[in-house]
Ligand binder design. Sequence first.
Ligand SMILES: [Zn+2]
Length: 301
Amino acid sequence: MQSITLGDVNVARVIEYEGTTRAPEAMFTDVAPQAWEEHRSWLAPDYWDVEAGLLRSCVQTWVLRSGGATILIDTGVGDAKERPAMAAFHRLNTGYLSRLQAAGVAPEDVDVVVNTHLHADHVGWNTRLVDGEWIPTFPNAQYLFPRADYEFWNPANSYRRRMEVANQNVFEDSVVPVVQAGQAVLWDESHVIDANMRLVATPGHTPGSSVVEVASGTDRAVFVGDLLHNPVQVVEPDCNSCFCEDEEAARASRRRVLGQAADEGKLVFPAHLRGGRPAMVVQRSGAKFSVQSWAPLEATV
Ligand SMILES: [Zn+2]
């Protein structure tokens, strides 16, 4: 399947890159070893390379077409970004824009860019390097930034930032140029994107972390960003990734979003699920959740 249709909304994806990341116990310090074993049959090999002892992940953009508009959810790491503290993100050259073009999207076609939060792997293609300057990649787009993240990651503010080193340079090269171009919109609790979708604040992973809710016809979906880094967090909803800033808020947001998804039959699209099963329907399972079914989707390459 090349794309998924939800009411009047078409959903495709463009992969920036994929590969192995961290060891399960390093990425999720509070998932018990027994839980990994119990769920190994469906977590491996798509999301877990057992032989290598590493999780498998991808960085991708969800491309939504709705009412004649093109909406991108998250823009990956970007090319040529200086990320000295994160080797996997440092000075990439991935061919992402060609794959976006192959999916039928030229930069000038994009109407709305959603950054679910302002981590390095969600804002990178907001900008590209032209003649030594970072300029917005999508010249006609409105970029939607969660205000809480905009404030949190702004170096002019003095908040404690757990990921400050890993997120080095991100605000300066991927956020500020968009603001300077007059293309940024800061939003607070929620933001209506169009008749089919809206942004809702789900703080915890970062203060401004958010989800995109789609409701079109009888179809429902939610794009959850890094609320779920790996599907193990469906069966262990209280387990955070090592990148979650506010542990309690992250758990509460994850439980709330998963509960609504289970009760309303929403298709759940996390940011980083690689392979042919990038989205799922979840169900309540006692005090936790489980995957009821998967929605298949080929990558657009
Ligand atoms: Zn991420």
